[in-house]
Design a protein around this ligand. Structure first.
Ligand SMILES: Cc1cc2nc3c(=O)[nH]c(=O)nc-3n(C[C@H](O)[C@H](O)[C@H](O)COP(=O)(O)OP(=O)(O)OC[C@H]3O[C@@H](n4cnc5c(N)ncnc54)[C@H](O)[C@@H]3O)c2cc1C
Length: 418
């Protein structure tokens, strides 16, 4: 039996997966999992998809049943906020008041939503989506004919818009940019998402800033745009991005730069402290740069990678960044990483344009620079992510591909690299 104590702050996907890995790798010491939420650790993707659309039960989101933590001797402290970290004493102070001493500490504190400061932002009916109870609240408001205004056409905004449409709400999406998701996907594929939502009856207001959220008797009634246009609303969903939850780390003096800075083994500037998931800005040896990834797969795999590193069994963590999204009948996976605008062209294999007719498109899209594949998306095409990741890995070494073959559905994708 080990007499060491490993403390994990943040009881969500990354934290729970790290705890699971510590036990799976044979760690016999004390594992304390501290989380401010009262729900058992859960995955967030269903909150804007299967659960919010009504297709999946609430319990499906949980990483494990509550009894799993007991059975694996993990001290899961629900409803407990870590308020102070003392790196010299190696302690975490919490509310309700307690102090836990650690030998090794993992910070998996994730992200928090960015909130609006626009007049009217505090009205009843102005909602955000990060937690399970926020998803419950949205679900309760998604009624046939309800008028929903979504502010922000990012992933959360668009998925919420799709779920609201599936409940029969009228939906307006307000976005400052000229297309949804333009910074992540570029114009070519952003257009596909615009057309998909338009075909499902979503009304977009592009190039639109919000001046005020209007209300009567404390409840929201509409959104006034900067151009003077007012959109009626029973419910306003704000999806304007997130920020890493670095408060604890920053106050303790850990290196923070758009996330908690870690090396490729997910170790922070303090040798006894690791960070993973949304909150970590980690050096990715594959990309040769430090990156903070706000996606499910990075929590799913980063938690275990950090746990192994804490146990001295770690290998450099350098995944091809990956995320997925489901909207209506369009499911997609994206592998790779492209800084905004940093590609020459998008090469399509298949027909993205079918979305305009309201049919589910099936296509691959590749973001290419200098003939090398930087990223690829498979939309309603499955079991190709590993091959796309291979193309991305090859592209990162500067290997170019034949773009005609890349676009040709007759050429097996695995043969494109030759
Ligand atoms: C609605 C929604 C849908 C999503 N859909 C997708 C998707 O389709 N595809 C995809 O790739 N990604 C998706 N994501 C992103 C994905 O869910 C996140 O990347 C993932 O949740 C990150 O996990 P994490 O464990 O690092 O952090 P988080 O999930 O943010 O969890 C951090 C936890 O730490 C707790 N915490 C923070 N500070 C403290 C403290 N001081 N003391 C105690 N506890 C603390 C928080 O309360 C929280 O429970 C979605 C996110 C949301 C919100």
């Amino acid at each position: 039996m080990s007499d060491e104590t490993y403390v994990i702050v943040g009881a969500s996907l990354a934290g729970a997966k790290a705890a699971e890995t510590l036990r799976a790798e044979g760690f016999t010491g004390r594992v304390v999992l501290i989380g401010e939420e009262t729900e058992p650790p859960y995955e967030r993707p269903p909150l804007s998809k299967g659960y919010l659309s009504g297709a999946e039960p609430r319990e499906k989101a949980f990483v494990h049943e509550p009894h799993w933590y007991v059975e694996h001797d993990i001290e899961w402290r629900a409803g407990t906020l870590a308020v102070e970290l003392d790196l010299a004493a190696r302690t975490v102070s919490t509310l309700p008041t307690d102090t836990v001493r650690y030998d090794k500490l993992l910070l998996a504190t994730g992200s928090r939503v960015r909130t609006l400061t626009t007049p009217g932002s505090n009205l009843e009916g102005v909602r955000y989506l990060r937690t399970l109870d926020q998803s419950d609240a949205l679900l309760a408001g998604f009624r046939e004919g309800a008028q929903v205004v979504v502010i922000g056409a990012g992933w959360i905004g668009l998925e919420t818009a799709a779920a609201a449409r599936q409940h029969g709400c009228t939906v307006t999406v307000v976005e400052m940019d000229s297309l949804p998701l333009r910074r992540v996907l570029g114009d070519e594929v952003a257009t596909v998402y615009r057309d998909l939502h338009a075909a499902h009856g979503v009304d977009f207001r592009f190039g639109a800033g919000v001046q005020e959220i209007k209300g009567v008797d404390g409840a929201v009634t509409g959104v006034l745009l900067e151009d003077g246009w007012e959109v009626a609303a029973d419910l306003v969903v704000v999806g304007v991005g997130i920020r890493p939850a670095v408060e604890l780390a920053e106050a303790a003096g850990l290196e923070v730069d758009n996330g908690i800075v870690t090396d490729e083994n997910l170790r922070t500037s303090d040798p006894h402290v690791w960070a993973c998931g949304d909150v970590a800005s980690s050096f990715n040896p594959l990309l040769g740069t430090r990156l903070r990834v706000e996606h499910w797969a990075n929590a799913l795999n980063g938690g275990p990678a950090a746990a192994r590193s804490m146990l001295g069994k770690g290998e450099p963590y350098g995944p091809v960044p990956y995320f997925f999204s489901d909207q209506y009948d369009l499911g997609m996976e994206y592998s790779g990483w492209v800084a905004p605008g940093e590609y020459d062209q998008v090469v399509f294999r298949g027909e993205p344009g079918r979305a305009e007719a309201g049919a589910a498109p099936e296509f691959l899209a590749f973001w290419v620079k200098g003939g090398a594949v930087l990223a690829g998306m498979n939309a309603n095409v499955w079991d190709v992510t590993e091959t796309i990741a291979d193309l991305v890995r090859a592209g990162l070494t500067g290997r170019t591909v034949d773009l005609a073959a890349l676009a040709d559905p007759e050429v097996p994708l695995a043969d494109v690299l030759g």
